[in-house]
Design a binder for this molecule. Structure first.
Ligand SMILES: *Cc1c(COP(=O)(O)O)cnc(C)c1O
Length: 365
């Protein structure tokens, strides 16, 4: 089946699902990434055999041999997207085909087999169908879907593994910001970089996150919320945050984000923001931004707004920037007008409250 685009999923319903009352209690305040649904998807891969044993089954631990390759050499990739409940009781996802394509690109970079995009999207459908009661009904809630794949072969030799496990788990999440959107302060790390040219920066792999955690800890230590990384070669250009892309809004209505040169993760939110900003009449540019210019333009007032974007928090205003030699505010530390307008437009499309001329919204149920 390795070349085939269809796999039949065997559905094995959880014999002991969470009761409706317990589920309601969990959904009342799910937070982020702490509560999980009753089921998970598993699909296996072996060289010569292709993808096989596609299942939806009770969520639970996965037995693992201590010599499983992923535990030693970190061949692992993941995705993140959300399912939304619509006003008419249906369920949608936002551009799952883009996540499927990125998952395949990440797999190639990590020398892993590519899951056919149709199987990727179908696996999300299957999990949403069986766990649909777990999708929060509130204005801000959604079901966060986490597809991932790792090397499951039991072998300590260093080479691409020949067995893999693809899985999907799902986690109901509430509003990312409780009590309204709050600007964050970012830390510009003097010591750490995230991704070098020719490295894995454009792949959504766990290893990139592992590499970012010491810098993130440094950011928290410095009283900041998130770390923003500079390029690894010159340490001059702004790349992105640990898990979000970054945008700059100038007083001439230009909206700028750093270009995808291989060290930046090609965010689907980033792509949507570029499109929406262009449609709203902004001049849109993908070009390098130096940290020196960021500082100078914030000081002169030419730079009006900065925001970060990604699936989890959608669009987050950046109100302050701190680095070892100082700190500065952007827009007085308040959320900017363009930032909030783009955020509202995107959320309205994702939630089916605005027209969707680009066919971004994918109906599941
Ligand atoms: C996932 C991710 C993003 C955001 O991508 P979206 O598709 O918008 O969710 C940005 N940067 C990094 C490093 C990421 O892993």
């Amino acid at each position: 089946m390795s070349g085939g685009d269809k796999l039949d999923f065997e559905i094995r319903p959880n014999p002991a699902p969470v009761s409706a009352a317990d589920r309601a209690a969990l959904l009342a305040n799910p937070g982020f990434g702490r509560v999980f649904t009753d089921h998970m998807v598993t699909v296996r891969y072996a060289d010569g055999k292709g993808w096989y044993d596609a299942r939806v089954e009770a969520r639970g631990p996965i037995p693992m041999d201590p010599a499983s390759a992923v535990l030693h050499y970190a061949q692992e990739i993941f995705e993140g997207l959300k399912a939304y409940r619509t006003a008419d009781g249906g369920v949608t996802m936002f551009r799952p085909d883009a996540n499927a394509a990125r998952f395949a690109a990440s797999a190639q970079r990590m020398a892993m087999p590519t899951l056919p995009p149709d199987v990727f999207v179908d696996s999300l459908h299957k999990l949403i169908e069986i766990d649909r009661e777990w999708i929060p009904t509130g204005e801000d809630g959604s079901l966060y879907l986490r597809p991932f794949m790792f090397a499951s072969e039991v072998f300590l030799g260093v080479r691409p593994a020949n067995e893999y496990l693809y899985m999907v788990i799902a986690s109901p999440v509430g509003a990312y910001f409780t009590g309204g959107v709050k600007p964050v302060t970012v830390w510009v790390s003097p010591d750490y970089t995230r991704a070098a040219p020719g490295g894995t920066g454009a792949a959504k792999c766990g290893g990139n996150y592992a590499a970012s955690l010491a810098a993130q800890a440094e950011a928290i230590e410095a009283g900041c919320d998130q770390v923003v990384f500079l390029d690894a070669v010159e340490r001059r250009f702004v790349d992105e945050l640990g898990g979000m892309n970054v945008f700059f809004v100038y007083d001439d209505d230009t909206v700028v984000t750093p270009p995808l040169t291989g060290t930046i993760l090609p965010g689907i939110t980033r792509d949507a923001v570029l499109t929406l900003a262009g449609a709203a009449g902004h001049r849109v540019e993908e070009r390098p931004v130096t940290f020196a210019d960021w500082q100078a333009d914030a000081a002169s007032g030419r730079l009006r707004e900065v925001f970060a974007c990604g699936t989890a928090a959608v669009i987050t205003p950046i109100g302050g920037v701190r680095f070892p030699d100082g700190e500065f505010l952007i827009g007085g530390g308040e959320p900017g007008r363009v930032t909030m307008a783009l955020r509202q437009q995107l959320v309205d499309i994702q939630r089916g409250k605005a027209t969707d001329p680009r066919g971004w919204v994918h109906r599941v149920l």
